[in-house]
Design a protein around this ligand. Structure first.
Ligand code: NVA
Length: 307
């Protein structure tokens, strides 16, 4: 029982050994998909999405189908969870028929409540706090490109959000040196940062927040995401002047010596990243998208097989 989890809700809940196990399993499933064609046979997975999705929706749907399972998508037509009926009751009803829930929600609490009352595995498909499936795919991508994860220096540039939180936790658990390069006032929640610092101490990783480009130093990988996440009502006109110094562009790549850049997508070209860099050979976004399906299949396999 290496994974030994009932749910997949947050990166911070996993050990280094469990993360490496999931990445290794995803690699094995990617290399030998024929061996897993029936691994979800007879299983139905409900996908509850309170927010829009392209990659997560489609990669889960096709991934489940490739393992012989059945995916049912419930989109935004029913409004936010907890409005028409309690989240508790949604959870209890879904578990009458389905074998797992994949959920994209406005609030992490909604996932916790689903998990508490569903009695079936719940997987975080993005919340306000975390996007663990994305970051697991990103770490598979890093492993494919760099081999040893613990020697990587990774900087996230932009606004702290669900992606940077998950990166910060997974980097701290795995032992990657992680820098958050963001304007003052746009860093992570201090409780989450302190929690990640504790994990980083245990793995001997460094975890730093910087506001000034002079402090960035040499990096292997630069990562960015949208300046305005789904559910955030900030105005782009207010943000742009503060955030342009944190844009991913060829100058920053040259300054840091990074050999790869990453983006979870959707990309806002000309804002958090230039079109030239996003479309260049530095960009691993396509490989990240490919790997979404394999890591999610690994998570489903591990949850259903009590691994
Ligand atoms: N931070 C972004 C990630 C999208 C995949 C959002 O929450 O909208």
């Amino acid at each position: 029982m290496l994974f030994a989890h009932t749910h997949f809700l947050a990166d911070s809940q996993l050990t280094r050994q469990q993360l490496i196990y999931l990445i290794t399993l995803a690699k094995e499933m990617k290399a030998n998909p024929q061996d897993y064609q029936q691994s979800l046979a007879g299983k139905s997975v409900v996908m509850l999405f309170e927010k829009p999705s392209l990659r997560t929706h489609i990669s889960f749907d096709i991934g489940i189908q490739k393992m012989g399972g059945h995916a049912i998508y419930v989109g935004q037509q029913n409004g936010r969870l907890g409005v028409r009926e309690r989240v508790t009751d949604v959870a209890k009803n879904l578990s009458c028929w389905s074998d797992a829930i994949v959920a994209r929600v406005f609030k992490q609490n909604t996932l916790e409540e689903l998990a508490m009352f569903a009695g079936i595995p719940v997987i975080n498909a993005l919340s306000d706090l975390y996007h663990p499936c994305q970051i697991l795919a990103d770490f598979l991508t890093l492993s494919e490109n760099f081999g040893d994860l613990s020697s990587i220096k990774l900087t996230y540039a932009g606004v702290a959000n669900n992606i940077s939180n998950s990166l910060m936790f997974m980097a701290s658990v795995v032992g990657i040196d992680f820098t958050l390069f963001c304007p003052k006032g746009y860093g992570p929640d201090s409780l989450l940062f302190d929690q990640a610092l504790d994990l980083a101490k245990q793995s001997n990783a460094s975890l730093t927040i910087i506001n000034d480009t002079k402090l960035i130093g040499e990096q292997n990988v630069l990562y960015t995401d949208t300046w305005i996440s789904m559910g955030d009502n900030s105005s782009i006109n207010d943000l742009e002047p503060k955030l342009y110094p944190y844009q991913l562009n060829h100058d920053l790549v040259k300054k840091t010596g990074a050999t790869a850049i990453m983006h979870c997508q959707p990309a806002h070209l000309g804002q958090e990243i230039t079109r030239e860099l996003f479309d260049s050979n530095y960009c691993l976004a396509r490989q990240q998208a490919i790997n979404r399906m394999w890591v999610q299949n690994a998570v489903l396999f591990a949850l259903f097989n009590n691994k």
